[in-house]
Write a protein that binds this ligand. Sequence first.
Ligand code: ATR
Length: 264
Amino acid sequence: MKKFLVIGNPIEHSLSPKLHNYWIRSNGIDAIYEKQKLDEGELEQVILQIKKKKIDGANVTVPFKKAVIPFLDELTVEAQKTQSVNTLYLKNNNVIGHNTDIIGFETSIEMSEYNVLNKEVLILGAGGVVPSIIFALKKMKASKIKISNRTKEKAKNLKNFFKDIEIIEWGNVPNFDMIINATSLGLKKEDNLNLDFSSVSGNKFFYDVIYNPNETNFLKIGKKLGNKTLNGKLMFVYQALSAFNIWHKQKPDVNEDVIKLLNK
Ligand code: ATR
């Protein structure tokens, strides 16, 4: 039986095992997908287990997406450009680090039938997932990417990797076609970004990377103002699908059962 893992800290709330095990079962694959809470010092050990084929693949989540890089043999272009790894696999006895958050984000936008081409996009936040979002938006040919983060220094760091992004002072809301909340704020009950959206007209796209809760205050505000909204559930599903495809060479179904599974 093949063994897969998601590693992170904390890890209790990860829905990856639920989703992967559902797909493993429905595709009749002899495998199991488990979660493991780690300390940073244990990362190397997990990579060794992949190398020795004791583990057949792994997902990496917060806070190790960057920390895992020094232990890997090779990075894909996506992982290299974002310095963010969420999927590990063995190829020719080398442990490869890949980033499927990019394709996850991109597919979620495609599925929602929004066209990013020539759109101005404002990203709130500068945390771990943001380089993947910028990479995907550039691939989809957004005309302008603006970043606003409470701690300006972190937004400035991103500019070292992505030269043409524009930094916006936290608290200001410039023109945008699409706005992405990539802060962790929506995870809390009292999630007020304290941004003034009153001048935003109702034909924008409000996207929140968070999917639990289903609708953050940010999305509620966007909806109330008459905008299109989407949470991060599809991004999560499609990053998992891409990893599944790499490991099992099968493309699982994204049906209503899958979405329901994640609502529980
Ligand atoms: P990391 O930085 O470790 O990758 P993250 O959870 O991916 O963490 O990112 C958290 C993001 O949410 C950051 O952009 C953070 O802003 P800071 O860089 O200023 O910390 C943002 N964030 C969290 N709480 C916030 C709040 N109350 N108001 C505004 N932004 C907040």
